[in-house]
Ligand binder design. Sequence first.
Ligand SMILES: [Mg+2]
Length: 264
Amino acid sequence: MTDEPILSYLTDMDGVLVHEDQLVPGADEFLAELRANETPFLVLTNNSIRTPRDLQARLRHTGLDIPETAIWTSALATATFLDEQRPNGTAYVVGESGLTTALHEIGYVLTDSNPDYVVLGETRNYSFEAITTAIRLIERGASFIATNPDPTGPSRDGSLPATGSVAALITRATGRDPYYIGKPNPLMMRSALRRIGAHSQSTVMIGDRMDTDVISGLEAGMRTILVTTGISTRASVEAYPYRPTMVLDSVADLVGRTKEPFAD
Ligand SMILES: [Mg+2]
């Protein structure tokens, strides 16, 4: 394994820094240490509903002060990908402001008239009409992109159907699978690394899920830390054919050692 120094961090948001709207104890000190040391970092989320500015405000309520520019959503990763593939293209979007803003800002025109892409993101207001339009545009040749494959998302009252579930509906109707940009696609990690000018071999990916955060960090060439404040448990690690570089109870355990997280 590489012993290159750790110069930068990518960290998942939900289950690592916050739980719904609750701060994970110590997450504020962890981020404060990164900022004090001027260690570049990005906070990642697969959720494409909110803009970084909205997320910044939401996080501030929980007690986390994160600059807007340190937040990387699957919507931003999707916009970056489309800009590289087809600059100044056109898209029909089923999603919310997090996604439409990202696409607008990258120079895309949003239209239902013969678009290059149908881009599906997360929303709490799916309409039969919008899904019908998406299906017909894909039938007529638009490429099908989705921000993230998550079938469900968390809420206080139980699961919410998420982007992957609606994508399944469109796939069933059209016979076409989307190309997913968010985790576990390592593309999201690579665009995040580029965004902060970081290199995979000197960056750590922190996450709470083996099947998304750890695998995509690994596939992007980073060392990974699983924290057990979210979905995956220590016991569940054994069920996977790959493992994180390190397992910790919480990001709080990194406070005081962010420059050398793997030192004995
Ligand atoms: Mg998570």
